[in-house]
Design a protein around this ligand. Structure first.
Ligand code: SF4
Length: 198
């Protein structure tokens, strides 16, 4: 079995509570949503088996890894990958669109950090029950009701609103307006966009 991949690269985590943390990003191919403003190329570019993927990660200096996508909870072989990375001492974060529950993806219980980004465009698809942090993109003023619903459905320590990026245009005004109506929510700063890194 091989893992479908888009890219593997070192950078700083740009989002949420771990912003600024040096990490290796593993972007898995394919997603089950099709968000209108999605700027992520999720087509498979290459594949690696478990040994080759872990060996590739070991060539990087960082010891924190972000398993992202696409949608990593759709990928087969994640329990084996997480177990192997823990054996090698990696700190593991996962970024998911929250469409799969912990029952669907029980290996989520064995990673160090789960960040989820439920999509207001697909409210019926949200199944994840808990995460370390929740990030919702302020794609319109109407996202406030969705955020309130998500707050009651997904237990998390931190709740963030992200600025919507439409073809490089950052819509801070909508994010600010949305946040003003969501006590306890904070702006997801998206450090990578501010300092111009991946
Ligand atoms: S969930 Fe993420 S990767 Fe999937 S279509 Fe939406 S923005 Fe793109």
């Amino acid at each position: 079995m091989k893992y479908p991949l888009v890219e593997i690269f070192s950078s700083l985590q740009g989002e949420g509570r771990n912003a600024g943390r040096p990490c290796v990003f593993v972007r898995f191919a394919w997603c089950n949503l099709a968000c209108a403003w999605c700027d992520t190329d999720v087509a498979e570019r290459f594949s690696l088996d478990l040994d080759a993927l872990v060996a590739e990660l070991e060539t990087h200096k960082e010891r924190s890894v972000v398993l992202t996508g696409g949608e990593p909870t759709l990928v087969a072989g994640m329990p084996e990958l997480v177990a192997r990375l823990k054996e090698h001492g990696w700190w593991i974060a996962v970024e998911t669109n929250a469409t799969r529950s912990r029952e669907d993806a029980p290996w989520l219980d064995f990673v160090d950090y789960v960040a989820c980004s439920p999509k207001a465009e697909a409210p019926a698809e949200v199944r994840l029950e808990s995460a370390d942090e929740v990030r919702v993109v302020a794609s319109s003023e109407d996202v406030v009701d969705f955020c309130r619903s998500i707050h009651s459905r997904i237990a998390a320590r931190d709740y963030y609103v992200s600025v919507c990026d439409r073809d490089g245009e950052m819509d801070f005004a909508t994010a600010k307006s949305v946040l003003s109506r969501l006590p306890g929510w904070s702006l997801n700063v998206q450090l990578h966009k501010l300092i111009g890194i991946r």
